[in-house]
Design a protein around this ligand. Structure first.
Ligand SMILES: Cc1cc2nc3c(=O)[nH]c(=O)nc-3n(C[C@H](O)[C@H](O)[C@H](O)COP(=O)(O)O)c2cc1C
Length: 178
């Protein structure tokens, strides 16, 4: 796919784990990025302070400012996350809480990928959260991938053909809606 003008997307992994399968999915998508697309994998999740409404003012913490800046420059956002303890990983939820008042995701094309052992609960929660943030959630770019670790090898290459096809289809739909 060719993009007629330069576009930028920001991808956020909800896992901080070295060797994360969600990171691997984002790297896989990045490899498919067409010319003209800047694909940034946000790496500041662990540096964001805990959300505090008292700090959410005209001079928020630097890490928050930088995160919001990245989002404001993005034509679309991809979130790719596991589920922890039947919910959204705390670090990801924390990041999303910082976007409520800034409206950083309002009307932003959003692809949501939950890749986990099961993942149904985090996925359902993120669908609700994306509504609360008024993001432009793209249903055809939204996937739940269960048993993710059985669908990739130790190096993070996707070995399951159906999963690779679902990702390709979702990414293509996402790009068409930027
Ligand atoms: C503390 C912890 C809690 C977990 N809880 C769940 C869960 O509730 N549901 C689920 O589907 N997977 C759960 N998992 C398994 C993760 O989905 C799995 O480890 C996944 O591969 C993590 O994503 P990553 O490979 O990107 O780090 C849990 C893992 C950890 C470490």
């Amino acid at each position: 796919m060719q993009l007629s003008i330069y576009k930028k997307i920001v991808a956020i992994s909800g896992s901080l784990r070295t060797g994360s399968s969600n990171h691997a999915i984002l790297r896989h998508l990045k490899q498919m990025a067409p010319p003209g697309l800047e694909f940034v994998i946000y790496d500041g999740l662990a540096q964001l302070p805990h959300f505090d409404p008292g700090l959410d003012n005209e001079t928020p913490p630097e890490a928050v400012k930088a995160f919001r800046q990245q989002l404001s420059e993005a034509d679309g956002v991809i979130i790719c996350t596991p589920e922890y303890a039947f919910g959204v990983p705390g670090s990801l939820k924390n990041a999303l809480d910082w976007t409520v008042s800034s409206g950083s995701l309002v009307d932003k094309p959003l692809s949501l990928i939950t890749a986990s052992t099961g993942g149904e609960n985090a996925h359902a929660a993120l669908l609700l959260i994306s509504g609360a943030l008024s993001a432009n959630l793209l249903p055809d770019a939204t996937l739940l991938i269960s048993y993710i670790r059985s669908k990739m090898d130790a190096d993070g290459n996707i070995t399951d053909r159906e999963t690779a096809e679902r990702l390709e289809h979702a990414f293509s739909h996402f790009l068409q809606n930027l």
